[in-house]
Design a protein around this ligand. Structure first.
Ligand SMILES: Nc1nc2c(ncn2[C@@H]2O[C@H](COP(=O)(O)OP(=O)(O)OP(=O)(O)O)[C@@H](O)[C@H]2O)c(=O)[nH]1
Length: 266
C-alpha cells in the first residue's frame, strides 16, 4: 500500500537551502537514568530528535524518529544515546543527528537538623549530537537554591530580602559525572540549599544559614566557576544563576563559561 503512495518528502527542493535541524520535538517518553544510590531511576523524559537535511530534499521522514525511539524502548539511557544517534544518521541519511532528553530526576535528601528524608526534584538534560563519528555530549542540571541579598543585609536594620534562585549548570567532561555530585557542588554556591521537607528546627537552621551566607548572583556563578574549574575532568562548563527577586518584579541574572577544549586539542 505505502509503495503506491507518493513520497513528497523524498522529492526535490529547488531553493538550495540546507536545514541544520529538522525533526520531532516534545515527545513524552520513559527513560532510565543511572542513580548513584539506587543503581537505576526510571523517569519520563521530554525528547527532541533532529537531523540535518541537505538542500535538495523537500522533507525529512518524521515517522522514522519515532520508530527509532520505540526500537530502543525501555533501554533509553545515557550509554545508549550514541547508538540511537548513529541509527538516526543512518535511517535518515543525515550527516548530523541531535538528541535532547529533558527529565525530572529525584534525589533522596535528609533535612539538615531533623534528618527527615524527602525526594527533591531536579530538572536534568542530556544534549547529545553526533556529527560523522564525532560525539558531543552535554549534561545539564537545574539546581534550585535560596539566595539572600548581601546589599539588603548590609543596609537594613532588620532582615534581608531572599528568594528562590535557579542555578543552571551544563558540563562537558571526560569521565562519567553523577548528577548527585553536580547538584551537591552547585548547592554550595547559593546562600542555602533547598529541601522538599523541612521541620521547624530545619526551617530555623536554613533561615539562619542563608542570613550568614549572603550571595549576589555574581557570587553564586563565581563560586560555581571556582569549584567546576578545580576539576580536571570537566572540559567545558557554563553556569547561569537567576534570582526570582522578592522585592523586584524582575530577576537578577549572571552567567559564566569556561572552555578548555581548544587548549587540549589545538
Ligand atoms: N517532513 C515533514 N513531515 C511531516 C511534517 N508534518 C507532518 N509530517 C508527516 O510525517 C509523516 C511521516 O513521514 P515519513 O516518515 O516520510 O513516512 P513514511 O513515508 O510512511 O515512512 P518511510 O517509508 O520510512 O519514509 C508524513 O505523513 C508527513 O506528512 C512536516 O512538517 N515535515
Amino acid at each position: 500500500m505505502t509503495k503506491t503512495m507518493p513520497d513528497l518528502q523524498q522529492s526535490r527542493d529547488h531553493r538550495k537551502i540546507p536545514i541544520r535541524k529538522v525533526g520531532v520535538k516534545n515527545i513524552s517518553y520513559p527513560i532510565v537514568v543511572q542513580d548513584k544510590h539506587r543503581s537505576l531511576q526510571h523517569t519520563v523524559a521530554t525528547v527532541d530528535m533532529y537531523v540535518d537535511l541537505p538542500h535538495q530534499f523537500k522533507g525529512t521522514h518524521m515517522s522514522r524518529f519515532v520508530e527509532i525511539l520505540n526500537r530502543h524502548r525501555e533501554q533509553i539511557a545515557l550509554d545508549r544515546l550514541e547508538e540511537i544517534l548513529q541509527e538516526m544518521r543512518q535511517k535518515l541519511g543525515a550527516e548530523t543527528a541531535h538528541l535532547r532528553v529533558e527529565f525530572p530526576y529525584f534525589i533522596d535528601k535528609a533535612a539538615p537538623v531533623s534528618r527527615a528524608r524527602s525526594l527533591m526534584e531536579y530538572t536534568c538534560e542530556f544534549d547529545a549530537c553526533l556529527n560523522g563519528d564525532q560525539l558531543d555530549f552535554v549534561l545539564g542540571v537545574k539546581v534550585p537554591v535560596t539566595s539572600l541579598c548581601p546589599c539588603s543585609k548590609e543596609l537594613s536594620q532588620f532582615g534581608a530580602h531572599n528568594q528562590r534562585s535557579i542555578m543552571t549548570v551544563k558540563v562537558r567532561y571526560k569521565e562519567f559525572i553523577w548528577i548527585e555530585d553536580l547538584v551537591e557542588l552547585i548547592e554550595q554556591c547559593g546562600s542555602s540549599p533547598l529541601y522538599a521537607l523541612l521541620k521547624r528546627a530545619d526551617e530555623k537552621h536554613v533561615t539562619e544559614q542563608a542570613y550568614q551566607n549572603p550571595r549576589f548572583v555574581e557570587d553564586m556563578v563565581r563560586e560555581a566557576y571556582l569549584r567546576l574549574a578545580a576539576s580536571e575532568n570537566i572540559t567545558w562548563f557554563s553556569v547561569e544563576a537567576e534570582n526570582f527577586e522578592s522585592i523586584h518584579n524582575h530577576s537578577a541574572y549572571a552567567e559564566v563559561e569556561l572552555d578548555r577544549r581548544d587548549t587540549q586539542h589545538p
